[in-house]
Design a binder for this molecule. Structure first.
Ligand SMILES: [Zn+2]
Length: 301
């Protein structure tokens, strides 16, 4: 882990080539224990973090920015009370289709092996693909889900640090950001990524643009993305422009009278910059998702 401010540490080498798909996770050392933001994806990385942190102090909280597996799989290996948005917990506990939690390609691969595959089967498969020589998902693995949830905002006071958890819908509807004013650090989760496009398959792009504008207005020195290297606020503008272009592309297809299947067959977001999910299935789902949201929001008449 790399120290980015007096008390904040981040591991962004997890999500830069060749490890692109792992999330950027981090932790804050307060005067009364440690707070982790998003758990490392691979079990080997999560166990190493647990061992390293045990030499520093007690882990008080583990905050999940959203429900996607690259941010929650490692929860099992780490201590601390887990906190998230209420919808993130619901996605992990309610019976929802696999494709609303994991990439469509992964869900297909897992159900090809076992037609009754669930979320843990997907995690097991993905870990074996991404880290074949590392620690695998154990037999008795269980999802460790958030036990404290909120809907709009929640403030945790830990030692001399404040953790402002803010509902910022975008990459997923139940997405949050974590602001630590004493360090002027903001953990954006996958609402903001550097160098790679996150999946748009579960997104609400119009809310996403609004959420990014709110982050842009905050007093932040260091922005921690969900994937990619830490930076300042300057990267947000470019990311907003990317989302605006994506929305405009789909809007234009609607204007031209394309059906959502036609739009999904014709459009791709891969021309902008590399994607975390370049597979055709996720690209298709992303276009359809945005198409559906834009047609719901279309003014009547
Ligand atoms: Zn992610």
């Amino acid at each position: 882990m790399r120290q980015i401010t007096s008390n904040v540490y981040v591991e962004d080498s997890f999500s830069t080539p060749p490890k692109l798909r792992r999330c950027t996770s981090g932790f804050v050392i307060t005067s009364e224990g440690i707070v982790i933001i998003d758990s490392p994806y691979m079990p080997s990385d999560a166990v190493k973090l647990r061992e390293d942190l045990s030499k520093i102090g007690e882990v008080r909280y583990l905050i999940n920015t959203h429900h996607h597996i690259d941010h929650i799989t490692g929860n099992y290996f780490l201590p601390g009370t887990i906190v998230s948005h209420v919808e993130a917990r619901e996605m992990l506990t309610a019976p929802v289709p696999l494709v609303s939690i994991v990439a469509v390609e992964l869900a297909e691969q897992a159900t090809r092996i076992n037609p009754r595959a669930g979320l843990v089967d997907c995690l097991r498969l993905r870990v074996s693909q991404l880290d074949p020589d590392g620690l695998q998902i154990p037999k008795d693995y269980q999802l460790r889900v958030p036990t404290i949830t909120f809907s709009q905002r929640l403030t945790l006071y830990v030692g001399r640090h404040t953790f402002e958890l803010l509902h910022l819908p975008g990459h997923t509807p139940g997405h949050i950001g974590v602001y630590i004013p004493e360090e002027k650090v903001f953990f954006a989760g996958d609402n903001f990524t550097t160098g790679v496009q996150p999946s748009l398959a579960h997104s609400s792009p119009l809310d996403w643009i609004e959420s990014l504008k709110k982050i842009e207005a905050m007093d932040i020195d260091v922005l921690v993305p969900g994937h990619g290297v830490v930076c300042g606020k300057e990267g947000i503008r470019e990311f907003i422009l990317f989302l605006e272009k994506v929305v405009e592309m789909v809007r234009e297809a609607i204007r031209q009278g394309m059906s959502k299947e036609e739009a999904a067959a014709k459009l791709t977001f891969l021309g902008f910059y590399p994607s975390l999910h370049p597979e055709p299935g996720t690209q298709r789902m992303s276009i359809i998702r945005i198409y559906e949201i834009l047609t719901q929001n279309k003014p009547k008449g």
